[in-house]
Design a protein around this ligand. Structure first.
Ligand SMILES: Cc1ncc(COP(=O)(O)O)c(C=O)c1O
Length: 381
């Protein structure tokens, strides 16, 4: 018997997506490769988990009513606009299960979070490739999107975009949402990383879901509350989109602990998120100045709480930078998994001032080391 002959055809060319955030496996190393709230989870988290654990003897509420209520209050929508997800990752998977059949086409600007294309390809959908414009800080190519739109069923946008850290304006995104709505196309917008951007309120499109039936937005507690170990996310969209997704959603997808803790974090701990966003907005300017001064990378963008930049030395790849930084107890994300030319790019996040000092001195030492090696090599010629 050949299992390959029995498996779904769509699955054969598919590989698992690769992610960062595994630095916790390296003792003593400061992990700048993930994009989590640098203050960690709120101090009350263990108490909340313990309170919820009292109720593990029964099934979770399959409707996640209390959690959805808190999401609705936060974003000023109805609970009927909200679907809960085991992390936003579950909703990335669910959306194409509900809306894409074989051979449907979707626009996914590149580079971006790899789970979208993975989930779409699982349904046999085809990806229409639209590169982001590097010369404009990896902004969306509005014209290329418009050109391909007639062929597509849905447009994916990640804001801020992972890995590039580009923050698109609400105006540009809503322009596309409007055009898609007029043309009968869906828009999947990922705002999972937006809560930690200080300008969050003026950028988020959450307030638009009730007036745009084609818009579905995902977000998550993972990054903003630094709880990747709990799987709590949500989607906000038009009532009809949410209703269709509810039909296909895995039963009891959010556990008892996730629902209870998630609702309370959203209700009582928004300050924790805002404080981190403010702190990172002021730290990012300091990091930019210092790291730009090393000459190691192209000038850092200054939009987001994580940076995505090209390694300057044409002989060095991202993995070489990672190798130089690791002995200095600093881990950055080698972006080669996003395909060429991103094997020359690294991504790293802003953290607390003391940790950022560590990043800056590791980068400065690395730059000196590289310069002296190059100089040494020339001396021996
Ligand atoms: C842009 C983006 N969206 C979604 C996710 C999924 O996160 P979670 O499932 O923890 O909400 C991630 C995780 O890295 C991400 O970077």
């Amino acid at each position: 018997m050949k299992i390959q002959d029995l498996v779904k055809r769509e699955l054969l060319p598919i590989k698992r997506p690769v992610h960062g955030g595994q630095g916790w496996k390296l003792p003593g190393v400061e992990d700048f490769s993930h994009n989590l709230n640098p203050y960690g989870p709120p101090a009350e988290l263990p108490r909340l988990v313990a309170e919820a654990a009292e109720h593990l003897g029964h099934y979770p509420d399959d409707t996640a009513a209390e959690f959805r209520e808190e999401v609705a209050k936060l974003h000023n929508v109805w609970p009927e606009n909200v679907i809960a997800g085991a992390g936003s990752a579950e909703l990335i998977r669910l959306y194409p299960e509900v809306f894409l059949s074989r051979k449907a086409r979707v626009i996914i600007p590149r580079p971006t979070f790899s789970e979208y294309s993975h989930a779409c390809r699982m349904q046999g959908a085809n990806i229409l490739d639209v590169p982001l414009i590097e010369g404009e800080g990896f902004r969306l190519d509005m014209n290329a999107i418009r050109e391909k739109l007639p062929l597509a069923r849905a447009l994916y946008i990640c804001n801020p975009n992972n890995p590039t850290g580009t923050v698109e304006t609400k105006r540009r995104i809503m322009e596309l949402v409007d055009e898609c709505e007029a043309a009968g196309k869906l828009v999947f917008l990922d705002e999972t990383l937006l809560e930690l951007v200080d300008e969050h309120d003026s950028v988020s499109c959450m307030s638009e879901v009730q007036s745009h039936e084609n818009l579905f937005i995902i977000s998550s507690l993972t990054k903003s509350f630094a709880i990747p170990g709990m799987r709590v996310g949500y989607g906000v969209g038009g009532v009809e989109i949410v209703e269709m997704m509810e039909r296909a959603r895995l039963s009891w997808n959010l556990g008892v602990i996730e629902q209870y803790v998630g609702a309370r974090l959203l209700r009582d701990h928004q300050d924790h998120v805002r404080k981190a966003a403010r702190m990172m907005a002021s730290e990012r300017a300091r990091i930019k100045k210092a790291v730009d001064g090393t000459g190691l990378f192209s000038p850092l963008p200054d939009q987001c709480f994580f940076f995505f930049t090209r390694v300057n030395d044409p002989k060095m790849a991202a993995e070489d930078v990672v190798e130089h930084l690791l002995p200095r107890k600093v881990l950055v994300r080698d972006c080669s998994t996003f395909g060429r030319p991103f094997d020359k790019f690294v991504r790293f996040s802003v953290k607390t001032p003391e940790k950022n000092d560590l990043l800056i001195s590791a980068m400065e030492e690395t730059a000196r080391e590289i310069r002296s090696t190059a100089f040494g090599a020339r001396m021996h010629v």
